[in-house]
Design a protein around this ligand. Structure first.
Ligand code: NAG
Ligand code: NAG
Length: 447
């Protein structure tokens, strides 16, 4: 037992010994802080000579992109600010003050550069509020680290939506001090991104910083601005998957719709259904498109072109169906149309074999008909019997009439077939036209 008591006392002694310098240091720090701030005027620049300028080093770490609103052109971002400067009144000799070489003082108790975000549009004024403490070393170096949320104006150009890239610029400058009083400079060429939390909608490609010095006619002093350029790129996968893909499928169906035979009766209904689906789809998705009227986004244009193509397919179908049902009163195909459709276009689409065959068939029947007629007119001359002759003549007359009628009917049918043929060739031409237009639209608008 006595052993244990001794060891306990020993322990207490050790802890006291280790704590002693700390408590002395703490007292020294309190005294030092009181003495430093006793005659401190935080509204004056911390320089002993008026001509000295305060060098302010400005650095930023990007924490998170909160939002970028296309409609309101508002950009909200969470930044970690790091501002460093020298304060000539906050210096001391560490060995004279119990080895205290750094102090933390609340930032509202010392002079701070009045850095403002110039393109701020929040309800606050865009200044960096005094929230955290600053750290001061014995040499007078002041470090101010502070998290801040900034809301700035960012002009958003949605012409290339959803493949757009945006640049949001944050410009920081001192509000009352010119460059010869407070000289701001950047620490790094680029804003830090080590603590960046990826955004689900935007990719941060880079955040270069630059220092800009402006001279205005009013005054000879330079005005220094630090710019942070946030280069954002939209993640387009969501739009590709949910908007472009269904629309592209409808586009393909629209081209394939021309494969339905015009006389099957399904064709027009099919195109109409696609058109309806597209309109309903657009209604649902119009909420996702940026609601601006200054420019048409690329995706909106893609929808518009798709609807126009499907509308054109409906119209083309009506024409083709009308042509292929030209009816018994149809006039023969006009020469220019026959030349254009059955000659040139049919040959172009390798459909000329069907067209040629039809013509050959007609000619063959023509020849066989005329030979029949010849043999029939020659026969009655050599018959002796009058009665027989008369009845034979009757038969011949009837058969001629019959032949003439069937011949006329055949001609009409041939005309109708020709119209039908022309409709088929026109149909193929339109299908290729719509197909090419769809591909061109996809290539141009989905880059
Ligand atoms: C700090 O104080 C010590 C002791 O008084 C002295 O020796 C030293 O030179 C001082 N240092 C400076 C930088 O003044
Ligand atoms: C202000 O800072 C810039 C960049 O750090 C430096 O080049 C310039 O010389 C400074 N201006 C003055 C007057 O010291």
């Amino acid at each position: 037992m006595p052993n244990m008591r001794i060891s306990l006392g020993f322990l207490l002694l050790i802890t006291l010994q280790t704590l002693m310098p700390e408590s002395i240091a703490q007292d020294a720090a309190v005294a030092l802080k009181a003495s430093l701030l006793a005659n401190y005027d935080k509204s004056l620049r911390p320089v002993k000579s008026v001509s000295t300028h305060v060098n302010v080093d400005f650095d930023v770490s990007i924490r998170q992109i909160i939002e970028l609103s296309e409609k309101d052109q508002i950009f909200r971002v969470n930044l970690w600010l790091r501002v460093y400067w020298n304060d000539e009144y906050l210096t001391w000799n560490a060995s004279e003050h119990g080895g205290v070489d750094s102090l933390s003082i609340h930032s509202s108790d010392v002079w701070r550069p009045d850095i403002f975000l110039y393109n701020n549009i929040a309800e606050t004024y865009g200044n960096i509020e005094a929230i955290t403490d600053v750290t001061v070393t014995s040499t007078g170096r002041v470090t101010h680290l502070q998290p801040t949320i900034f809301t700035s104006a960012c002009p958003v150009d949605i012409t290339r939506f959803p493949f757009d890239k945006q640049e949001c610029i944050l410009d920081f400058a001192s509000w009352i001090y010119t460059g010869d009083k407070v000289n701001m400079s950047q620490v790094n060429p680029e804003a830090g991104r080590s603590t960046f939390t990826p955004n689900v909608e935007w990719i941060l490609n880079g955040a270069p910083m630059s220092r800009k010095v402006d001279f205005y006619p009013c005054c000879p002093h330079p005005f220094v601005t630090i710019l942070i350029i946030l280069q954002l790129e939209r993640r387009s996968f969501f739009y590709m998957f949910n908007m472009v893909l269904p629309c592209a499928i409808l586009m393909i169906l629209n081209v394939l719709g021309f494969y339905i035979p015009p006389d099957s009766g399904e064709r027009l209904g099919f195109f109409m259904t696609i058109l309806l689906a597209l309109v309903v789809f657009l209604q649902v998705l119009s909420g996702s498109l940026p609601k601006t009227s200054t420019t048409v986004p690329q995706l909106g244009l893609f929808f518009a072109v798709t609807i126009a193509l499907v509308g054109f397919s409906c119209l083309a179908s009506i024409v083709v169906i009308r042509l292929s049902y030209s009816g018994p009163a149809a006039r023969p195909l006009p020469r220019w149309l026959r030349l254009l459709l059955l000659h040139y276009l049919a040959r172009l689409f390798c459909m000329d074999t069907i067209a040629e065959e039809k013509h050959v068939d007609e000619k063959k029947e023509d020849v066989s008909n005329s030979s029949h007629q010849d043999s029939q007119t020659n026969q009655p001359r050599n018959t002796p019997n009058l009665a027989l002759d008369l009845s034979l003549r009757e038969i011949v007359r009837y058969s001629r009439e019959y032949l003439a009628q069937t011949w006329k009917k055949k001609l009409e049918e041939a005309d109708q077939d020709e119209w039908k043929m022309a409709a088929l060739v026109l149909d193929r031409a339109l299908m290729i036209l719509v197909g090419i237009a769809s591909i061109v639209a996809c290539v141009i608008l989905l880059r």
